[in-house]
Structures are given as structure tokens and as C-alpha cells.
Design a protein around this ligand. Structure first.
Ligand SMILES: C[S@@+](CC[C@H](N)C(=O)[O-])C[C@H]1O[C@@H](n2cnc3c(N)ncnc32)[C@H](O)[C@@H]1O
Length: 271
């Protein structure tokens, strides 16, 4: 595990630091059956998952990110810590929106057992809003996912990924890291709306990232769409609203939310 620690010069200046989302996703990836599979990681960030995917026995890993600034750092990090695995990965240097790249299409069209692994933003922001800290890692543009049914509760980008994956390869399996701030029921509707039964690989409760602005969730409450699910303590007895959560976050008080790693498996299709 020590090998995972990066020094600051391996983190791009516009980047966020490794946090509990990374750690949990990485630990839980071990439970998915990716041995012998070809894997695509969407939104690789700095590489934290790539070495693990390869060590777990993935045949190959293709990875990309919308923020292409991170790619050289990611390549360097893998080459530095795991040079023996470097021949199995292919990094796409361009900015790639979800699956929209020739190399990814080729994997989806030609390989038999494909896993798509992703932990992509679940907070929407409007294009005319100011940029916030580590913007692209945590927020997506509401306007870019307007056609997605679950966009209004922040699941538009994930829903778009599942829809595009199903259109490209109806047998590919997705493993997604998803926060449960908008309740399990809504999260599952988003998965089922894409025609597959979600399977929870693992659940946990983790601290809300202190730099993520929660005003999007407050706006869901203000407009009466739903009251969100945050917790004041890791024992998650009582939930608190987004309004209360944001007040505490701004005051520097820790708050928590649930986190699921969900496998989306077409073999378990129920519709
Ligand atoms: C929270 S980080 C996850 C990092 C890494 N996958 C992990 O789990 O450790 C989210 C990543 O998704 C990327 N991202 C955001 N929007 C994206 C999009 N539309 N297509 C591909 N990647 C995207 C961000 O640049 C960022 O690197």
C-alpha cells in the first residue's frame, strides 16, 4: 500500500488530493471478478486504481480522463511504481468524454469480457457558475446531460455513461463508485432505468469531501425535489439535510454520507 502514496510533485496543480473515495473504491475493486478481463477506466485521475486492476489480473487496462492534464502524471506514477505492469496499460492522452474515443470503441467492439470502471462526478453545476476548487473531479455540467432522466438529482453523468455503454456493448459490466446522498431508491432507479439490475459490492459511510460545495443539493431541497441524505456522525443514526450539512461543512465540521460500489451486470438483467 505504501507504493500508492504520491508526493505532491506527482499531483497536477489543478487537481484534488487522494481522498477516502479513492481508498474505498480501490479496496472494493478487489471483490469484482476482473481476472482475465479487458478493463476501461473512465476518469482515471492519477492512476490509483490502474495498478490494482493490473495486479488483480486484468488482461489489459485502457484509461482516459476528461481532464487530459492528469494523464502524464498518471503514466509517470504507474511507470515509476509498477514498471513490470506498464506493458499491459494503454493511456489515452486526449481529453475524453466518457467512452467517446476510437481506442475505447475498439475495446468495446472487439473484446469479449469487458469491465468499465468509473468514479465520476455526481454533483451538477451550471456552465455560468463560478469554478470551485478541484472543479472537474467533483462536478459535471448540468447542460451536458440534459437528456438524462436523473440529471436533476446529480446522476446525469453516471446515467449517460451506463446508457452509452449499453448502446456500445450490451454485455460489458460496469463497476461504479457512487455516493448515496440522493437516497438508494433514486440511485437504483437510475441503474434500472438503464435496464440492468444493480448489485452492491460493498457499502460504507465516509466523510463528505470538505472542498465540495453542496449548494446543488441545497437547491434540490429548496425546489422540493427531495431532502438529501447526509449524516452528522459515522454511526449514521439520524440523517441531516443538505442545508444543515452545508452549514456544518462551511463551519469546518465533518459530515458523512453513504457510499456504494455498485456492479452493473447485464447477465443479471431483470427487465
Ligand atoms: C473523483 S475523480 C476519480 C479518480 C479515480 N478514478 C479514482 O477512483 O481514484 C473523478 C475523475 O473523473 C474525471 N471526469 C469528470 N468528468 C468526466 C467525463 N465526462 N468523462 C471522463 N472523465 C471525467 C475527472 O477529471 C476526475 O479525474
Amino acid at each position: 500500500m505504501d507504493k500508492l502514496l504520491c508526493s505532491d510533485d506527482e499531483i497536477p496543480p489543478d487537481g484534488f488530493r487522494r481522498d477516502s473515495w479513492n481508498d474505498i473504491f480501490r479496496d472494493w475493486l478487489e471483490r469484482s471478478k476482473i481476472q482475465g478481463a479487458d478493463v476501461i477506466e473512465v476518469g482515471v485521475w492519477l492512476w490509483y486504481n490502474v495498478w490494482l486492476l493490473l495486479e488483480l489480473g486484468a488482461k489489459s487496462v485502457v484509461w482516459s480522463d476528461y481532464n487530459s492534464n492528469v494523464i502524464p502524471y498518471a503514466i509517470r506514477n504507474v511507470q515509476k511504481t509498477h514498471p513490470e505492469l506498464a506493458h499491459k496499460f494503454k493511456a489515452i492522452p486526449d481529453s475524453v468524454d466518457l467512452l467517446d474515443h476510437e481506442i475505447i470503441r475498439e475495446v468495446l467492439n472487439t473484446k469479449k469480457r469487458v469491465f468499465v470502471v468509473a468514479c465520476i462526478p455526481q454533483v451538477a453545476r451550471h456552465k455560468n457558475q463560478n469554478f470551485w476548487h478541484d472543479d472537474i473531479a467533483h462536478y459535471y455540467y448540468f447542460e451536458d446531460c440534459q437528456e438524462e432522466e436523473w440529471n436533476n438529482i446529480g446522476l446525469g453523468l453516471n446515467s449517460k455513461l451506463l446508457r452509452k455503454l449499453r448502446e456500445a456493448n450490451s454485455e460489458a459490466i460496469a463497476v461504479l463508485n457512487t455516493a448515496v446522498r440522493v437516497w438508494e431508491e433514486n440511485l437504483f432507479k437510475m441503474f434500472k432505468n438503464n435496464w440492468y439490475q444493480p448489485e452492491i459490492l460493498a457499502k460504507s459511510i465516509i466523510p463528505q469531501c470538505p472542498t465540495t460545495n453542496l449548494s446543488f443539493f441545497e437547491s434540490l431541497e429548496d425546489s422540493g425535489i427531495l431532502e438529501c441524505q447526509f449524516f452528522e456522525d459515522p454511526d449514521w443514526k439520524e440523517h441531516i439535510s443538505a442545508k444543515e450539512a452545508e452549514k456544518r461543512r462551511l463551519a469546518g465540521i465533518k459530515i458523512y454520507h453513504e457510499m456504494y460500489v455498485v456492479q452493473w451486470n447485464p447477465q443479471k438483467q431483470t427487465y
